[in-house]
Structure formats: structure tokens, C-alpha cells
Design a protein around this ligand. Sequence first.
Ligand SMILES: [Zn+2]
Length: 500
Amino acid sequence: MELRDREVNYRALQSRDARFDGLIFVGVKSTGVYCRPICPARTPKSKNCTFFASAAAAQDAGFRPCLRCRPETAPDLASWRGTSNTVSRALALIGEGALDGDGAKIEKLAERLGVGERQLRRLFLQHLGASPVSVAQTRRVLFAKQLIHETRMPMTEIALAAGFGSVRRFNETFQNLFQRPPSALRRRTSASSANVNDGITLRLRYRPPYDWRSIIGFLQARAIPEVEVVENEHYFRTVAMDGSAGTIDVSHQPERQNICVRIRFPNVRSLPAIVARVRRQFDISADIETIDAHLSNDPFLAPLVAKRPGLRAPGGWDGFELAVRAVLGQQISVTAARRLAEQMVVLHGKPVPNAYVAHSGLSRAFPTAERLASVKSLGLGMPGARLAALKALATAAVADPSLFRQAGTIQETIERLKAIRGVGEWTAQYIALRAVREMDAFPSTDVGLLRSAAMVGRSAAITSQVLLNRAESWRPWRAYAAQHLWAADPTLLQEKGPNV
Ligand SMILES: [Zn+2]
């Protein structure tokens, strides 16, 4: 598939226009390479250029990734392209390795998404110009390439981490693409003498602007002791996945437009899933310029957007954890909710081995649903109804591992969550917003939102119905509007309320 608007795309390439980075990829016939529009190499002749909507489409057409502009470091906007919910969900699953390994089948992926295999292929072609299998293959190549360039990991580990079934297949793929073994791509300059035990560091590029101060402040106010620490504008947290535990350290490099993540984790196969979660939590893939421009159309929101350009909607690290936080936070202050969460972590969280601990304030992983569902008493001092709600939540999460994934419409997601005992409309909307990443979710009954909206509109009070009506024009990004409203009220954290 080639993108239309050749002339616009070519002009973007000639001017190395960063606004097109991540949105188009250009295949160059004379060299067989595909590039980002910002490639520092000499601009190829127009007749040699083919423009693609995704790296996978370029690779499908027989082009290999450029070693200079490194397409693997382009901002990842794939999930934003088009409006297909199915494609976004499929991309999230592929990002976590759903099509890696020998047993992985496209039929299974289609089944998880509730669509036919043929329909899934058709949607991928329409939105990305490549098949799901090509997208998965490209993702493996690009992730491996990033690990080769940015880390000192041995090649055998990179093969596993990137999801290649075997080292032999990894070598073959790179030999075919680049006519040389993967190790030959490692530049000597990347040989920072960093100790391998310090973990591996990856840079995730975003499209500017990025309001780092707001998101780090948001996370700091809600940090659960032993699981999360915010210090010197770094976010540290414990990570439990696939039976192992480790930590991450996330920081900002504004001059390079990167979110930098250092991962200390015993199992390299978990790397793609960890990176996918960091992307989600820090909302790295948002097409923020488009969102800010859209919200600024409403004079009510425009001053808020102007005050905090690039404000992101933080995602939950884990759906179950987020839902537990939401229930713990019902009717009590953020500070009190943190204390309860800490108690629960100390009682039920699994310790992280010392070798992987990045900060002395971290010690345990957030408790799993299995643990909370099976333990006789949670041992927490809180009302019986909310203890029962926690239990019900844990049981539901064990029964349905996809509980916190997008499936169907927002309304269906909300109804599915509300079927859990103790989960009401507000909690369901909040989980949808942060954990399921429904960017149009909007907890219109939230007291903080209502108060902030009244303050911004200079009125004494505002009802949730009025706020809902007002929010119609903010679709499909009401989650960002909510974030702007919450951010506008500095006193929110001291209040009792559900703003977890
Ligand atoms: Zn290039």
C-alpha cells in the first residue's frame, strides 16, 4: 500500500519535517532502504521514493530499515492510525508477543479479538498496509535492532528478548535483510562500558510536547510505598511478570524527546511486555498535537491546554492493580488510600530479589489477583463492603484474564466492569480510562471533575449532566479533557474523593 498525497510527503522529506516522524516511512528504490522523514542522508529523487503508513508496510515491500535514521526509534503511533478499535487492540497484543514463537497463530489472535481471521487481515491492510504477521515480524526486527544499538546485551539474549523462536532464525532474518550477521550492526560507539548488571536502558521517543512535570507529579502523589518511588524526577517501580520480579527506572530526556527506561529484570523474554507497559503508563504514543488542537477548539478548555501543552493521560501499570487502587480510594483521601495500599503490599506482595532492586525504597511487587482471591483474610482495616468488593474484583480478574482489555464498545466495557460487585459507574469509568485505555472514557460524576469544571467556568456548581453535555465536543478524547480539569485544581489531592 502506498500513501496518497505524494507531494505533501515528499515535501516533508525534503524539509526533514519532524511532524511527519512516525506517520510516514519512505522506501528508497535506489538503495533498498526505508527511512524516517527526518533522515539526515541526502534526500533521494522523488521517482525513487515510495511512502508507507507503517514500518511493516515498507518492510513488506522489500525495504530494510535504514542504519542512519533508525526507523525503530521513530515515535510509535501505529495504534493511533485509523479509528479501528480492533486494530489498536491487535497491535497491543502483538506488542506483547501474541504472534511470536512457533505456537503463535493468527487464528488464535483473531479469536481473542472476536473477529474472523480474514477480517483481521483486511483491517490491517486498510489501516497499516501490512498483514498482522508482517507487523509482528517487523516489530521483532526493529526491537532487536534497538537492543543491538542501545544495549550491550549478548546476541543470544537479544534473539529471545525480541521474540525470535531461535537464535538461528534471528541470524537468518538479519542476514537476509542486511546481508550481514546481527553482531555486525553493533557500533563500537555504542559500547558504553556500563555494567550489564545495571540493567538495560532503552529510549522511547514521543511526539512533542510532553508535560513531564505533570505526569511525574501525578505519579508521586499516588506512589504506593515499597512498590513505587518518585525521586529527582525519576519514577521507580517494582515489576512482576511471568513469575519473575524486578524493577524499572523511568526518566525524561527532553532534549532528545525521549522517555528513558532502565530495566532490571531476570527474564529477557519479558522485555517487550515491560516496554509496552511503560509506553502505556506514560502515554508515549499519543498524537498529542492533534489532541491538544482538538480540545483547544472549545474556549472552555483552551486556556487549560495552553497552560499545560502536552499533558498526558497516565495509564495504569496493570489493570488489576489500578482497579484495586480505585476500590481502595472510594470515599477516602489519596493519602489514606496510599496507606491502605502499602499495608496490602506488605501483607501480600512478593519480595523482589535484591539484585534487581533499583532504589532502596522498593521491596515488593503489587499483590496478584490470584493471591488476593485465595487468601482467607485480607487483613486490612476497612469497611466490610469494600473488603468484599476487593475479593470480588480479585475473583473476577482470575476468572477472566482479559477483564481489563478493550473489547467491544466503551459502554460494553463499562457494563462488564459494573457486573463486578462493588464496582459502580464512577469506578468502572475510571478503570476504563486508566487501565483499559479508553481515551474517550469520562467519569462525569467525579466530584473533583465537577468542582474543577465549576471553577473553570466561574460558576457556583455544575451538575454531571451539564458536564456530560459540555464534554460531547471533546470526543473522542474526553480522557484528556478530564486530565486537564483535574490538573487545574491544585487542592484536589487533599480532598476526600475517588481521584486515585
Ligand atoms: Zn534513513
